[in-house]
Design a protein around this ligand. Structure first.
Ligand SMILES: [Zn+2]
Length: 289
């Protein structure tokens, strides 16, 4: 809105602005992630898989319920776009928007990645984050956001007029197509808004615009997850590199990302895999409770 189009303020404008915010979704009633049950298992877990995601490419990996998967920075600062799907039913996929509503704009240890309706259950829980020290910087930026969507060739075309074929959306689509043995066009609708691993983002305070800045990630940093259900993960090493300048081009310095999957010797004691959400529509079969 241009300034001269702004309507006149009412007399009580300041009073209306001073109304205190309330948290939309208080999380005190969410099931506790019970990190105490799972974090101790990590020390004795054996590495069962390792996948290197090349720069400006995407790759899929699998993690069974009870496995840990770690995404690491190697060689240089690099941002990754993460998708996750239920291995049993890839239509059940990560719901970035509801995860944001529940846990806030940026995720860290103890936060969970929730799936879409009607399942709405935790697919994975973050168990470690070496960038957990970052907090919120003076610009309002933080790391591991669920506010961006993923760089994609369509928005790039709208804004620049050009075609770029290694956007994270394209990389995730191609990786999932290869993993499932289907055509990219069939895989594309399953690709979804991401967890922006290692990316540093926020909204400008004066205009509310989405911003990015060079990621604070350095080689050796990692974020680690516990798989609550059987998962397929997809990770794109964003063509924006550390996302300090631009994406959707070959201009930025890009580095690989490492994914490692670890399997504990025993399953956690007393932990039950999360069931699909128990809500039932009126007239449908009664829920179990
Ligand atoms: Zn990207």
């Amino acid at each position: 809105m241009t300034p001269d189009a702004a309507p006149e303020e009412p007399a009580d404008a300041d009073r209306r602005r001073a109304v205190r915010p309330v948290i939309c979704y208080p999380v005190q009633t969410l099931p506790d992630p019970r990190l105490d049950q799972i974090q101790p298992l990590r020390a004795g877990a054996a590495k069962i898989a390792e996948i290197t995601v090349p720069p400006r490419e995407g790759r899929c990996f699998r993690a069974s319920a009870g496995d840990f998967f770690r995404i690491s920075s190697v060689l240089g600062p690099q941002v990754g776009d993460l998708n996750i799907w239920s291995a049993a039913n890839p239509a059940e996929r990560f719901y970035s928007g509801k995860t944001r509503a529940l846990h806030g704009s940026h995720l860290t240890t103890g936060d969970r990645l929730w799936s879409v309706f009607p399942d709405l259950r935790p697919m994975a829980t973050i168990t470690a984050d070496t960038l957990g020290w970052y907090g919120i910087d003076e610009f309002g930026g933080s790391v591991h956001d669920v506010i961006g969507t993923r760089c994609d060739p369509y928005t790039h075309r709208l804004l620049s007029g050009g075609d770029y074929h290694h956007c994270c959306h394209s990389n995730l689509t191609n990786a999932l197509a290869a993993e499932l043995g289907i055509e990219p066009r069939a895989a594309e609708p399953l690709v979804h808004d991401v967890l922006n691993v290692f990316m540093c983002t926020g909204f400008t305070r004066d205009t509310g615009e989405y911003f990015m800045k060079a990621s604070p990630v350095r080689p050796g940093d990692y974020i680690e997850f516990y798989a609550e259900i059987d998962l397929i993960g997809g990770l794109s090493a964003c063509p924006g590199g550390d996302c300090g300048a631009e994406h959707s081009s070959d201009a930025a310095a890009c580095y690989p990302l490492l994914v490692e999957v670890f399997r504990p010797a025993q399953p956690p004691v007393g932990r039950v895999a999360p069931a699909p959400n128990a809500y039932r529509w009126p007239g449908s079969a009664a829920s179990s409770d």
